[in-house]
Design a binder for this molecule. Structure first.
Ligand SMILES: Nc1ncnc2c1ncn2[C@@H]1O[C@H](COP(=O)(O)OP(=O)(O)OP(=O)(O)O)[C@@H](O)[C@H]1O
Ligand SMILES: [Mg+2]
Length: 299
């Protein structure tokens, strides 16, 4: 399988803030690769590095088997900021972007791109009269103008209404069906679940989990969260002699994170032996997103 992107141990610091602390992963040809992370996790920072807008502090990457400057023409990018001119129409923009990239492109092809994103009927309208969603569509059309092999989309659906988001997802699927490889960021796991073949989750500057949705589910099962309420606060001296899995304590509430159900019984036995009564044991129902994006239970 050809690797379209190989990211090796990339770090990025802005002054004293370490945003990326060693990110490594690769994307195979034809994949729709979802990149999930909370606001400020560093998704756009990584994209800016991959597209040459900023430089990494350390580490490196290869795109389409080479360095960025050699393959730029085969990449399409929809960035998280738009750079449109208010008084230009969608059509003028696409013509301009084609010219900047020295592409010999006919009006027919521009119309095809506009139709693909659903902007053909608005092609003469000035961008200052565009809605937020229409600008997103124009941004995606811009990313497609050079018929790229590898497409990087930074939150293409955030802020879109339901219908536009569905349209955008259909478009991504259509592009994948044409054999394109797609890197897409989002802070919505459900959306990436629908779209992606594989998902990586960026948390605390690193990839915390990566795999298919099935693999993520298995990983999540290893993080069962249980809230145990005791009859009295847990004493420090008792704690020192009990063998607990990763946990948090808040007065008489004890939250543990276990891999297997048996560990819950083991905890309870030890607490009872120390003379605590158990008021309740509640296994917490959490979404995958909660499990992967919440702060880990402290050890
Ligand atoms: N040029 C910069 N100078 C200083 N700090 C920066 C710069 N660019 C990004 N950051 C910081 O890096 C962190 C990651 O930002 P980034 O935009 O990559 O996050 P993100 O995952 O894309 O978030 P969002 O979901 O909101 O788009 C943030 O704390 C941000 O403030
Ligand atoms: Mg971003």
């Amino acid at each position: 399988m050809n690797k379209v992107l190989e990211v090796k141990n990339i770090t990025k610091s802005f002054g004293k803030i370490d945003v990326l602390k060693g990110v490594s992963f690769s994307i195979d040809q034809g994949e729709i690769f979802g990149f999930l992370g909370r606001n400020g996790a560093g998704k756009s920072t990584l994209i800016n590095i991959l597209t040459g807008v900023i430089h990494q502090t350390n580490g490196g990457f290869q795109i389409l088997g080479g360095s960025l400057d050699k393959v730029k023409g085969k990449i399409g990018v929809f960035p998280d900021v738009d750079n449109f001119y208010a008084d230009w129409s969608a059509n003028q923009h696409l013509k301009f972007f084609a010219k900047v990239q020295k592409l010999k492109i006919q009006q027919k092809e521009i119309d095809e791109k506009l139709a693909l994103v659903g902007l053909l009927k608005d092609k003469g309208k000035k961008v200052k009269n565009f809605s937020f969603g229409m600008k997103k569509k124009l941004g995606v059309a811009q990313a497609l103008i050079n018929n790229p092999e590898f497409i990087i989309l930074d939150e293409p659906t955030s802020g879109l209404d339901a219908e536009s988001a569905i349209h955008m997802r259909e478009l991504v699927n259509k592009l994948a069906a044409q054999g394109k490889t797609i890197f897409i960021t989002s802070h919505n796991l459900n959306e990436l679940e629908i779209l992606s073949n594989r998902i990586a989750i960026l948390k605390d500057g690193q990839i915390s989990v990566i795999g298919t949705m099935e693999e993520l589910r298995v990983e999540a099962q290893n993080k069962i969260q249980v809230e145990i309420t005791l009859n009295r606060p847990l004493k420090k001296e008792d704690l020192a002699t009990i063998d607990l899995p990763p946990h948090q304590i808040n007065k008489q509430n004890l939250r543990i994170s276990v891999k297997q159900q048996e560990e819950i019984g083991n905890c309870i036995r030890q607490l009872v032996l120390k003379g605590y009564n158990i008021y309740s044991v509640i296994q917490q129902e959490k979404t995958l997103e909660d499990i992967f994006l919440q702060n880990e239970v402290a050890h």
